[in-house]
Design a protein around this ligand. Sequence first.
Ligand SMILES: C[S@@+](CC[C@H](N)C(=O)[O-])C[C@H]1O[C@@H](n2cnc3c(N)ncnc32)[C@H](O)[C@@H]1O
Length: 364
Amino acid sequence: MAIEQVLHMNGGDGDASYANNSSFQRNVMLTTKHILEDSIIRLYCATFPSCLKVADLGCSSGPNALMVASNIINTVDAVSQNLNLEQPVFQFFLNDLFGNDFNTTFKSLPDFYKRLQQEKGHKFGPCFFSGTPGSFYGRLFPNDSVHFFHSSYSLHWLSKTPDELTVVAEPLNKGAIYLTKTSPPAVHKAYFAQFREDFKLFLGSRSCELLPGGAMVITLIGRDENNELINAWVVIGMVLNDMASENLIEKAKLDAFNIPSYCPTAEEIRQVIEEEGSFDIQRLETIRTDWIKNINVSDDIDEDTRAEAVAKYIRAVAESILKSEFGEAIMDELFRRFKNKIVKLHGVEKLELANLVMHITKST
Ligand SMILES: C[S@@+](CC[C@H](N)C(=O)[O-])C[C@H]1O[C@@H](n2cnc3c(N)ncnc32)[C@H](O)[C@@H]1O
């Protein structure tokens, strides 16, 4: 399955939208903000460009899409003030797949500009935004045209489900939709091979597009070496398995389906970056987060209500792809069961993510 035809986060700004169900991803960006700030300061102070060109890859829609721009403007503003320099002009490119709801983000730009003007006053220089639709697994920009790439929570999506998992007479990963503790080694091999191919293409493309001295900060969902942590795909697989045994979905369909997403270990990332050869690793860290606790809901809600909110978050991300495979009719039931499953598993299993965050620079 090529994901660019089906994948999109839930659009708009309604109750089920990504815009309203993405404080988890926002909190991850806040946790890794110091790495973004540090890398921008280094880049800015090494080159002092009159126009700083930045692209956010896999920006999705809603408030998170403008958060990177806001963090970068604040960081550069502080440095410029300290050094008594004029602010540069900023040019931000927002990238995502063709089906992304860019409009919701663009509609929020007047408020964004107003806030900046209030906070920074007349000192604030021009800041231009544009949309760049397309897959980051390929070229998006001309040669030598961008100073800095940022991407958060997007690069664990592959360009497609690995062929070895789809084009076979006998499905390899029966009863699951992602790599689990019990998946045969061939499943890991197929997923990692696809990730390696995709990530190399990503790195090669960005290296052509970056100006000399250019850098990237990337955060993606990784995997712990022991495979102990359980992510949402594993839980959705358990729920689909229950539904197949009750004949609510076809067992053969579940056995043949695998989500086009892979969470690498830090060592795998290091290996692929070194093999590809266009970038030097300045920093590569793992930050663990509990995906049940790390959402913005009031502290005094009961476990059931929290689980319901988590289910809405996961639905805003996963619905488009699950719907295209299993049909819209089962979505309410699937996410009702998902909520119940995480109530059962929380505190028993490690419902945590190993986020990988890296700062890499274009090799000279
Ligand atoms: C979970 S959202 C993250 C959005 C935002 N960066 C954040 O942290 O809230 C992942 C985004 O990556 C996008 N994405 C996945 N594969 C992509 C690709 N090959 N090219 C561009 N965008 C992609 C998805 O469409 C989705 O909007």
